[in-house]
Design a protein around this ligand. Structure first.
Ligand code: FES
Length: 68
């Protein structure tokens, strides 16, 4: 089975790489248009949620997680 990777970008989105399906709470799938990597907003400011639209740079979102 192909691997899915989620990378937490400093002060930015989750980058999800791999064969994923993204569903809303009703179970409807987003059309990912065959993209291998998607960026999911974690700052809450994107106008394209759940996707990142770069707005984290303007709202000065700060978060730099590190695995322990
Ligand atoms: S993380 Fe990029 S707009 Fe929210």
């Amino acid at each position: 089975m192909p691997e899915v990777t989620i990378r937490i970008k400093d002060n930015g989105p989750f980058l999800v790489t791999g064969p994923v399906r993204l569903l809303d709470d009703d179970g409807n799938a987003y059309d990912l248009q065959g993209k291998e990597t998607i960026a999911l907003c974690r700052c809450g400011v994107s106008k394209a949620r759940p996707f990142c639209d770069g707005a984290h740079k303007e709202c000065n979102f700060q978060s730099a997680e590190r695995a322990q």
